[in-house]
Design a protein. Structure first.
Length: 501
């Protein structure tokens, strides 16, 4: 899952004096741009109008997100505080408050909550390490296959847990493998850099594959639901996994071109993987229990659409949709994991619950609230003319434009913030019948920055390992950024309208 909330977990170090000054500057700058946009107005939003207050809120949140002026989760609460007061929504005070708060309790927020609980149980029991070992043990016959194995292991785990957690999981395994290789065949700096980048890139790419794989996928699903378009878990996976299958080989090709110059001989690999990993031969009772819960939950997600149709026909007054089935299954799984104690050991301990990135729920809810405010205030209609050239371009050029913009923006800002702002603007400017395709292109593109450590936490984790020189990350990452933007546009043009309509 490609977002920055993972960086806020745990106990942060005391900020340096320069960092403290920078945050205060960011706080003041954010409030200044809010006051300017709301009080003085702009050409697209006259002063004092709901659109002006919505634009001012967007500007404030962008500045605070970009400068880390306040914690990201706190910035995500800004709409909850401001929108009812400044009149972004119409109606009485209670109606405005309810309209502002409702996005924070969307079904997709609850789905993400259940997904976090499953991820925490996978990590607590060590089942995620067993999965990684199973993949890596089958790819140790050559350095290229090992590179593929590390990428595939990280991407597979990242389908279900955050990309930050996936990278943090597989990176120590990759470093242990490199230590084993160095003991047998000497240090291999280029191959080592490529193997560590395979961890970061695999985490970023894998999160694109499923609806729960990354927060931006949730944002898109929730946004489309607000426009009357329901995207099931299977439909999202058809689009997401297809793109992962296209981009993965391209990423491996770029990494291998760099790594093969000093790749280790195959005999240096064949004995290394079992020695480098510490996974019991037999499954524990906790692993089996979590595996059962995970398999049943995934099966329910896959069958959510037909299950929702059955429930809707049986209980027509409830208005059940596939998102409700998916969220219900995720929450039920979380409850089972919290209560089940096979062998007297909790599958989801208090420590595991506390380690979950709870702030991510506020980020997703805040992005929903921001997007809703942009639409209901009329700001999206006011900004749409600035995007009017988009409708004059050929269809493929439209997708290339929004995918490229999302890739570029997410290199410098949180992709959750990028998508929260882009979705309503693209929806307002897109030609009739093209909205869903362009929204998918932007969302997938926002998860595809591979060049800068600021782009996504796995990139920063890879750089912090000391194995990846900064310029290597930039050169290789820019190449994959370009490939990803082009593939994203092509893939969305080919499949989105057939899968979603």
């Amino acid at each position: 899952m490609a977002h920055r909330f993972g960086a806020e977990a745990g106990h942060a170090r005391a900020p340096s004096p320069s960092a403290t000054r920078g945050r205060w500057i960011g706080r003041i700058a954010g409030l200044a741009v809010f006051a300017g946009a709301a009080g003085l107005g702009t050409p697209i939003a006259p002063a004092g109008t709901p659109a002006a207050f919505a634009l001012a809120t967007v500007a404030l949140m962008v500045v605070w997100w970009a400068t880390d002026a306040v914690p990201h989760w706190a910035t995500a609460l800004v709409p909850l505080v401001l929108f009812p007061v400044v009149g972004v929504y119409r109606g009485g005070a209670l109606e405005r408050a309810a309209a502002t708060a409702s996005p924070y309790f969307e079904a997709y927020v609850l789905l993400f909550l259940g997904g976090m609980a499953i991820a925490a149980a996978l990590q607590q029991t060590g089942l995620h390490r067993r999965l990684s070992l199973w993949i890596l043990a089958r790819t140790r016959s050559s350095p290229l296959r090992l590179l593929v194995g590390v990428f595939a292991a990280t991407a597979t785990v990242s389908l279900w847990i955050s990309n930050t957690a996936a990278a943090a999981l597989v990176l120590p395994i990759a470093l242990a493998l490199l230590a084993e290789i160095a003991a047998r065949a000497g240090d291999r700096p280029r191959f080592g850099a490529a193997l560590v980048l395979a961890v970061a890139w695999g985490a970023n790419v894998g999160g694109i594959g499923t609806k729960i794989g990354t927060a931006t996928n949730m944002q898109l699903a929730g946004f489309l639901t607000g426009r009357g378009i329901e995207v099931s878990f299977v439909e999202f996976s058809l689009i997401g996994l297809g793109f992962v299958a296209l981009l993965g080989p391209c990423a491996i090709a770029i990494l291998w071109r760099f790594a093969r110059a000093d790749a280790p001989p195959p005999q240096a690999l064949r004995l290394g993987i079992p020695d480098a990993l510490d996974v019991p031969a037999r499954w524990t009772s906790g692993e089996r229990a979590v595996g059962i819960v995970f398999a049943l939950t995934a099966a329910t997600w896959i069958a959510a659409q037909p299950l929702a149709q059955v429930l809707a026909s049986t209980f027509p007054d409830l208005g059940v949709r596939s998102r409700h089935v998916e969220a219900g299954a995720a929450l039920l799984a979380a409850l089972v994991l919290a209560a089940w104690r096979p062998g007297g050991r909790a599958l989801l301990s208090g420590a595991a619950l506390r380690s979950m990135p709870w702030s991510a729920l506020l980020l997703i809810g805040g992005s929903f609230a921001l997007a809703s405010g942009i639409e209901h205030s009329g700001l999206s209609d006011s900004i749409a003319p600035a995007f009017e050239r988009l409708s004059t371009l050929p269809p493929l050029a439209q997708s290339l434009s929004v995918a490229g913009l999302a890739v570029l923006a997410s290199a410098f800002a949180s992709n959750t913030a990028t998508i929260a702002i882009l979705l309503p603007l693209i929806a307002a400017a897109a030609p009739a019948g093209r909205e869903t395709t362009l929204l998918f292109a932007a969302t997938i593109g926002s998860s595809c920055d591979f060049a800068l450590p600021a782009g996504t936490p796995p990139n920063a984790i890879a750089l912090a390992s000391g194995r990846v020189p900064f310029l290597v990350m930039v050169r290789a990452g820019i190449a994959l950024d370009v490939v990803a933007a082009v593939l994203c546009a092509l893939w969305c043009e080919l499949v989105v309208r057939h899968v979603v309509g």
